[in-house]
Design a binder for this molecule. Structure first.
Ligand code: G3I
Length: 385
């Protein structure tokens, strides 16, 4: 479904209304094409959906999706705490709506995520009396959860983030401080991949993590995905989340990550792309959601709007990132943004709550930013795959 004609002329009324913070003259925000037309057949281009959009409460976001994207991932509603909040009580309503929305607009549907240390209720790891459950019982709960969720969307969800963020940032080892891995070790991961494949043999299966540009963490992830493959289990690609900044990671580090995985025979996907414009507290580079810091005015400098020079920096950064994606498109199967508009981004609340960030290609009103035009132009001018 195309709600806007191919030649997309979107005028930045909202930016002009902001006066001094207008990034560019309105006329300059003419887009040569939609984002998905500029990407062409190189890779799928996706966005994560917030719960308001899934509920039908974000018409502008829905329109952007249908016009510019061909793949969607649920930001939250397929996570364990949403879909099985209590033992054997499944709540599929919002996940069903996500799937129906994607089918209506003929999107590639990505399931996110089957096993993660975050957003999993405590009861999963406990007996009725609060004591820790046995290894066998936990494996059984994991398998039953995956059979129910993947089975329900069999033939509809094209690929699953089976396991999310199992490896530590600092030394590349398994997160054995988290209950999944403390109780089950690596077997948790093997069991999850096995159960997902049993529930839908045609679905693609992925391992998904952040900071893969860090060589130590990457080595740990590479070892893990090789172990999954060595077990004879299906694994189609490694998801590199891509929660990045203006000057980190370097383009060289992004390419090194692509090369290490593809040389080992894995396809790569960028699964959660965004570029924070805000200062990092205490040199924090990760996406570990439990890490929160106190706010301070100097850590939230653009509450009134993003200055023109910063808007241009973001456009330059996105252009260099997409030039690398175009170069590696033979090994890159999908690029997904973690949200549609700046308003919908998790970065407004991480790693400090209540800040005003500008990490995506559309502003808070849903108007295109210069970064969107820069991405379209770089893809248009890059050599055909
Ligand atoms: O549950 C309450 C809800 O009842 C309330 O209405 C809402 C209002 O603010 O807050 C609620 O929950 C929040 C939830 O998002 C839904 O908005 C949680 O507090 C908040 O922690 C949660 O954050 C999500 C985060 O994962 C949690 O781990 C983000 O939206 C989501 O974008 C983020 O996504 C993760 C990926 O799954 C994995 N990789 C990292 C990425 C970013 O953290």
């Amino acid at each position: 479904m195309t709600l806007i004609p191919r030649l997309v002329t979107l005028v930045g009324f909202a930016l002009l209304a902001c006066g001094t913070h207008a990034a560019e003259p309105a006329a300059a925000l003419t887009l040569p094409s939609t984002l998905k037309d500029a990407v062409g057949h190189r890779f799928h281009i996706g966005a994560a959906l917030g719960t308001d959009l899934i509920k039908g409460e974000d018409p502008r976001g829905e329109q952007l999706l249908a016009t510019h994207f061909n793949s969607i991932t649920p930001g939250n509603v397929m996570k364990w705490e949403y879909i099985q909040p209590k033992l054997d009580q499944f709540a599929f309503d919002l996940a069903d709506r996500f799937v129906a929305l994607g089918q209506r607009d003929r999107m590639q549907l990505i399931g996110h995520t089957l096993m993660w240390h975050s957003q999993t209720p405590d009861w999963v790891f406990q007996n009725a009396d609060g004591s820790e459950i046995s290894r066998e019982e936990l494996l059984q709960r994991l398998r039953a959860h995956i059979a129910a969720v993947v089975g329900r969307y069999k033939g509809k969800v094209a690929g699953w983030d089976v396991v999310n963020e199992a490896i530590r940032d600092n030394d590349g080892t398994l997160r054995t401080d988290k209950p999944w891995y403390r109780i089950l070790g690596e077997e948790a991961i093997f069991a999850a991949f096995e159960a997902a494949h049993q529930a839908d043999p045609d679905a693609e299966l992925y391992y998904n993590d952040y900071s893969l540009e860090n060589p130590v963490k990457r080595a740990g992830v590479l070892k893990l995905v090789q172990a999954i493959r060595a077990r004879g289990l299906r694994i189609d690609a490694v998801g590199s989340q891509g929660h990045w900044g203006l000057d980190w990671p370097t383009i060289g580090a992004i390419e090194a990550s692509f090369n290490d995985f593809t040389n080992a025979g894995f396809k790569v996907m960028i699964t959660e792309l965004d570029v924070t414009m805000l200062p990092r507290p205490m040199n924090y580079f990760g996406a570990e959601i439990s890490t929160l810091f106190e706010s301070a005015p100097e850590l939230d400098p653009y509450r009134a709007g993003l200055p023109e020079d910063k808007q241009a920096e973001l456009a330059r950064r996105y252009a260099e990132i997409f030039a690398v994606f175009a170069k590696h498109s033979h090994n890159l199967t999908r690029v997904t943004f973690w949200g549609t508009t700046d308003r919908s981004s998790w970065l407004n609340n991480f790693p400090i709550r209540g800040r005003t960030d500008y990490p995506l290609l559309w502003d808070r009103e849903g108007e295109p930013k210069p970064a969107l035009r820069a991405v379209i132009e770089v893809l248009r001018d890059a050599p055909a795959p």
